[in-house]
Ligand binder design. Structure first.
Ligand SMILES: [Zn+2]
Length: 358
């Protein structure tokens, strides 16, 4: 699910998360109300670095946290991370490796590089704004906009808008924007065994059905491409629980057969999913109570308190990543100032010359 998913219609269907002002790093020092009573999104949203531990996922995609997350480097040969100021480039090492692999495979398919959107916060958990899921380092948003042929500046990464692939005011892709390369990118992502499902707009699912729906050999990966609200500026990759994390709760599996190009997709093109549910007369929708630490798996208290690595670069998942060294560098979190006061620096990594034409 994504930041862009919050259309007015969806906001009425699902109460939008309301971002609270940053309450500062002092939250973690134990000042004020007991940790367990504070909104969990403030505790997790203001923790700048992961725990310096082995990677462990606790809980569910929309209710949990992650220990030992690693960062997607801001630049790679075939990717650039966006919205760096959000500090949401963190995930389980398996997911970060998968996104990097997708960037390489996609380049061979004709997609010139990924613009990587939100993954998770350094220790996962609920976010101050924008997502219900993305809490355990196993969800990643990839823009449906091609990576440009140069490195973007910090400001461009903060301010550039992704491009919707829909024809304005409709539920259908715009053939002037949507291309066969978009479809191949989704095919590639869905083909990985460890990808549990992808979320895309129903109009995109329809386009995938038009391209690949007639061949039963495609069903195995096509069924993983799930229509949902939003997701026409980016698509969302959800990975299966990793073997190292018995405390990770899997999602109900996608249907065992078919490709999803059926009446369940047709439903999205009726008025029903887009019509607000009527309220009983005289009642007002009650805001959902804020999640606190007590609502998350117990292990998340320990994750929040655990020492941090000595630097962000030690926890960045590049070719030189050394988990043993990262863990050995651990320094206590309590009372510490934020370890990253400024945005991560951009690399001077060149973009490969031999890139597919857009
Ligand atoms: Zn998402």
């Amino acid at each position: 699910m994504g930041v862009f998913a919050h259309s007015a219609i969806r906001a009425r269907l699902k109460p939008a998360l309301i971002g609270l002002a940053c309450a500062g790093f002092a939250l973690l020092s134990g000042a004020g109300p007991a940790l367990a009573e504070q909104p969990a999104k403030q505790l997790f949203g203001n923790t700048p670095l992961p725990s310096a531990t082995e990677a462990r996922v606790h809980g569910f995609y929309s209710n949990g946290c992650i220990a030992g997350a690693v960062a997607m480097p801001v630049d790679g040969p075939n990717w650039q991370a966006m919205r760096l100021e959000r500090n949401r480039r963190w995930g389980h090492p398996d997911l970060i490796a998968l996104v990097q692999r997708l960037s390489r495979d996609a380049a061979t398919d004709g997609w010139p590089g990924l613009l990587v959107g939100d993954i998770s916060q350094p220790r996962g958990g609920p976010m101050l704004s924008g997502h219900a899921s993305h809490q355990i380092g196993l969800d990643a948003d990839i823009w449906l906009t091609r990576m440009p042929n140069r490195r973007l500046t910090q400001a461009e990464r903060a301010n550039t808008s992704a491009i919707s692939v829909l024809k304005q005011g409709t539920l259908h892709i715009d053939p002037a924007i949507w291309t066969a390369e978009h479809a191949r990118l989704l095919r590639r992502a869905a083909s990985y065994d460890r990808v549990e499902r992808l979320f895309v707009h129903p109009g995109i699912k329809r386009a995938m059905c038009d391209a690949y729906g007639d061949n039963r050999g495609n069903d195995r990966w096509m069924i993983k491409i799930r229509p949902y609200y939003g997701h026409h500026y980016h698509f969302h990759i959800r990975m299966t629980c990793p073997a190292d994390s018995p405390n990770c709760r899997p999602q109900d599996p996608v249907p065992a057969s078919g490709n999803g190009c059926d009446s369940s997709l047709d439903w999205w093109f009726t008025s029903e999913p887009w019509t607000p549910k009527p309220q009983a007369p005289g009642t007002r929708p009650r805001p959902r109570p804020e999640k606190t630490l007590a609502d998350l798996p117990n292990a998340c208290r320990g994750v929040l308190r655990a020492p941090r690595p000595a630097s962000e670069s030690l926890a960045t998942y590049s070719a030189s990543f050394d988990q043993v060294a990262m863990i050995a560098s651990a320094v206590p979190l309590a009372g510490a100032a934020p370890a990253r006061a400024t945005l991560p620096g951009l690399s001077r990594l060149p973009i490969p010359a031999n890139r597919p034409q857009q």
